[in-house]
Design a protein around this ligand. Structure first.
Ligand code: ADP
Length: 817
């Protein structure tokens, strides 16, 4: 424990954390009622303290004499906003970095936690879309919470997940870790992949190593179709997925890890089932269709077949179901859902165990206290037709988007329960800073820290150190606040099932914790049997009644409908119940203001221009998917394809473009091109983040006004504004960027099949010559293109391709011809 945390301990002990004081000595507050929140009498003598009532806002934690107030989060507050939320009294702050989420903001807001301004470094909660930097972690106070562990990417990057599971197969036995489809990392494992392909032909799926939402994913059926100049993972495609009414689906599960050493893992009792929009067809000729083979919401949501679920209580309707609804459906069909959920729990625990040593080591290096970091992982599981679950990937920041009442219900419950579970101390971070300045003096007078000496007397058990006693207490307290999270590790059966997979660095505290929580499930006296000898196959679980009861009880929780969460808080959030006419008037006013400002010489920064362009492209993508029939013959598809192909040259990351073959129907073309436009937008947005939002300046559009405009504008509003901006400031490359020269090596490594090359290259040649194909030319002449002038302008304004251009066109095969 360093000086800083000591100072914090001092603050807590002295009630100097902020207003109101979390607890007071009895004589300071004679009227208050005495409360002891858990009966841990073995932990030591109790100090005579008085605490205010545990109420709807606060939960008390900590050993006797060290009580700490934690915030209680409640999803019901989202529907019925409390007038004076507790976080406001403590002036609590959150910080958000590299991500945004309406849901997260709203949960913070209704609990009185405000966003800290960029210039203020204080915060209680840091919610970030990327891994925090080591110096951020090192400087955390005891009361601060960050939503990622260092090196969590060992689990969440697709290539690292494969490597870690491969390693476990090697050292612990392949049969225990055979839950991810055979996978190869390109280009390094190309030869191994070819050998595997010869043994197991059929479909494989190509995924960028660090992407999400189905972006950049496609199916192949020959090694020639793999790009060798990109980091991708190629996985065996599971060709026999579980179908419901003929549609493929996958499962999104929410998994919270509150500690890596000891390992403490919770699975939320409710999850979401995502369905593809097009009925499944195993034949090779349909491999091109992302809306049949990928179940991501973002891939399918604009498809004309997609059915939104508009009632959270009818959770087995449309293209998104709840997990409990699927389990009930399977149970009715006579399937063994208990076994299914046990297998899923095993996958979660084993995959986290696989990365635990690395994360634990990083935590020891960078993270000051055990409670600073937590994770909410999004596990994606595919169930096959024999009800075997497969792990597809683990998401670092699972989407908190709420497009339907069901999303809203489940995700608001997950987030509210998550913050109660991790325990967010009610601390004024501003006051903490002041105390930090006094910390030297505090350190000099303080007794040794609680890590070395148990406060208030003897430890929990004579065999336990103070630190171990504290861990046991904290895990028990945490479990008492778990809401609808279910602790799946440690659990009664987990020592016998998984101890043999734990690395030595993770063995000691895990064994200690199991012994304390489930003494009769640990075989033999402590230390007499090594972890390896205790491990059992999951099918031969010990016949302890406590074990089996606990597992079936857990399955019952997964099957029951979720009884919490806010159904309406986020669907159409931000509209505040206003009617369409009001919104249209406001949109028009904002647009006029923007146009007037631009005419007065106020311009968009690069960041703003790119953001506006991205919103514009998203409108186009949506239109392609929603009006598939209408776009045919208009030349729009060809124009968009040409645009993506040219614009992709300006991206830093290589992007393989797939050209629909001549036999594709217009609808099929629209699906494929819209998917690729979505992939492009994602890469484009990622690069936009590099152009940091500029400081306020009178020469630039006001940030708030710009945000209001882009988020509310229609496609034609955006087109008008961007076209005006381009002509006033001659600034097309502000949002389009400039083509970059490509490494010759990357060209050389591309090895497409010759037949496919012919076709895709011929299209590319047309582009490079600047001679539009006849359909596009006709569309331009007739002005029928509602995709608009801007896209055409952008095609004209593109600088000549510096790297030859043809290298950007990947010959992707027989599938796309
Ligand atoms: P992303 O992070 O982009 O969502 P995933 O690995 O989750 O990537 O894959 C996206 C979708 O593709 C999944 O939801 C699933 O429907 C499908 N998918 C991925 N891998 C496989 C596979 N090996 N077999 C069958 N379908 C798969």
């Amino acid at each position: 424990m360093d000086d800083k945390q000591l100072a914090y301990e001092a603050m807590c002990a002295g009630g100097d954390v902020g207003k109101p004081t979390p607890w007071k000595k009895k004589d300071q507050n004679p009227g208050a009622q005495r409360r002891v929140l858990w009966d841990d009498s073995t932990e030591g003598g109790e100090e005579d303290i008085t605490l205010p009532e545990e109420d709807e806002w606060l939960i008390w934690a900590g050993g006797p004499g060290r009580k700490q107030a934690l915030l209680r989060f409640n999803a019901a507050n989202l529907d019925d906003e409390p007038p004076d939320p507790i976080g406001r009294q403590y002036q609590m702050l959150f910080k958000m970095q590299n991500t945004d989420s309406k849901l997260f903001r709203r949960v913070m807001d209704v609990h009185g936690i405000s966003e800290s301004s960029a210039s203020v470094s204080d915060f209680n909660i840091l919610w970030t879309g990327v891994h925090p930097k080591p110096f951020v972690l090192r400087n955390l106070y005891d009361y601060q919470r960050v939503n990622h562990f260092p090196r969590s990417y060992e689990l969440t990057r697709k290539d690292r997940l494969c490597k870690n599971i491969e390693r476990m197969k090697y050292i612990r036995g392949a049969k225990h870790f055979d839950f991810i489809p055979p996978s190869y990392i390109m280009p390094t494992e190309y030869q191994e992949f070819c050998s595997a392909f010869l043994k197991d032909r059929g479909a494989w799926i190509v995924k960028p190593v660090a992407s999400s939402r189905g972006r950049g994913i496609y199916l192949i059926n020959h090694p020639d179709q793999i790009p060798l100049d990109e980091s991708v993972v190629v996985c065996k495609y599971i060709e026999n997925p579980l179908l419901v009414d003929g549609y493929k689906c996958d499962v999104r599960l929410y998994v919270a890890v509150t500690s890596y050493d000891p390992l403490v893992i919770y699975l939320y009792e409710e999850g979401l089932i995502r369905f593809a929009a097009v009925k499944y067809d195993q034949s090779a000729k349909m491999l091109w269709n992302p809306c049949m083979h990928l179940t991501n919401y973002s891939v399918n949501k604009y498809h004309t077949n997609y059915v939104q679920n508009d009632d959270a209580e009818v959770d087995d309707y449309g293209n998104k179901w709840s997990l409990s609804a699927l389990l009930r459906h399977l149970k009715l069909a006579g399937e063994d859902t208990t076994r299914l959920m046990q297998d899923i729990e095993a996958i979660i625990v084993k995959s986290i165990i696989a990365v635990a040593p690395t994360v634990t080591t990083a935590c020891k290096m960078f993270v000051p206290t055990r409670k600073n970091c937590f994770e909410l992982y999004g596990f994606d599981i595919l169930i096959d037709s024999s009800l075997r679950p497969w792990l597809l990937e683990v998401n670092l920041s699972p989407s908190l988007g709420c497009d339907t009442p069901l999303d809203s219900k489940v995700k608001s419950a997950v987030i509210s329960d998550l913050f109660t579970l991790i325990g967010v101390p009610a601390v004024d971070p501003g006051r903490a800073r002041q105390v930090k300045q006094r910390q030297r003096a505090v350190v000099r007078v303080r007794a040794p820290s609680m890590d070395s000496v148990p406060r208030g007397g003897k430890p929990l058990r004579s065999a336990l150190s103070a630190e171990e006693a504290r861990i046991v207490r904290e895990v028990r307290e945490e479990d008492a606040r778990r809401g609808a999270f279910i602790r799946i590790f440690p659990a009664p059966e987990t020592w016998s099932l998984y101890s043999c997979f734990l690395a030595p660095v993770n063995s000691h505290l895990n064994q200690m914790l199991h012994e304390e929580l489930y003494p009769h499930t640990i075989g033999g006296p402590q230390g007499s049997s090594g972890p390896r000898s205790l491990c059992r196959k999951s099918s031969s679980i010990p016949s302890l009644s406590i074990t089996s009861r606990s597992r079936s009880e857990r399955t019952a929780c997964y099957e029951r409908p979720l009884a919490r969460g806010s159904k309406d808080a986020f669907v159409g959030a931000g509209e505040g119940g206003r009617d369409a006419a009001e919104r249209a008037t406001e949109r028009l006013t904002v647009k006029r203001e923007i146009i007037e400002q631009m005419q007065r010489g106020v311009r968009m920064s690069r960041y703003q221009a790119r953001l506006a362009f991205s919103f514009y492209l998203q409108h186009i993508q949506r239109r392609l998917m929603c009006n598939m029939e209408q776009v045919q013959g208009s030349g729009q598809l060809e124009l968009v394809l040409r645009f993506i192909r040219k614009a992709a040259r300006n991206l830093t990351d290589a992007y393989a473009i797939q050209t629909p073959g001549r036999h594709f129907t217009p609808v099929e073309k629209a699906i494929l091109i819209a998917k690729q436009l979505g992939d492009f937008i994602h890469l484009y947005n990622r690069e936009t983040l590099e152009h940091v939002a500029p400081r306020e300046s009178p020469a630039l559009l006001d940030a708030q006004l710009h945000k209001q405009f882009v988020t509310g504008a229609s496609e034609s509003d955006l087109e008008e504004a961007l076209t005006l901006h381009t002509s006033l400031f001659n600034s097309a490359d502000l949002f389009l960027g400039r083509a970059r020269a490509r490494e010759p090596a990357s060209r050389a490594r591309t090895a497409p099949s010759s037949a496919a090359t012919d076709e895709t290259t011929s299209v590319a040649r047309t582009d490079e010559d600047g001679a539009p194909d006849s359909e596009t030319a006709r569309a331009r002449q007739t002005g029928a293109l509602s995709v608009g002038n801007l896209l055409k302008t952008s095609l004209r304004d593109f600088p000549a391709p510096a790297g030859g251009g043809r290298d950007r066109v990947r010959a992707l095969n027989k599938i796309y011809r």
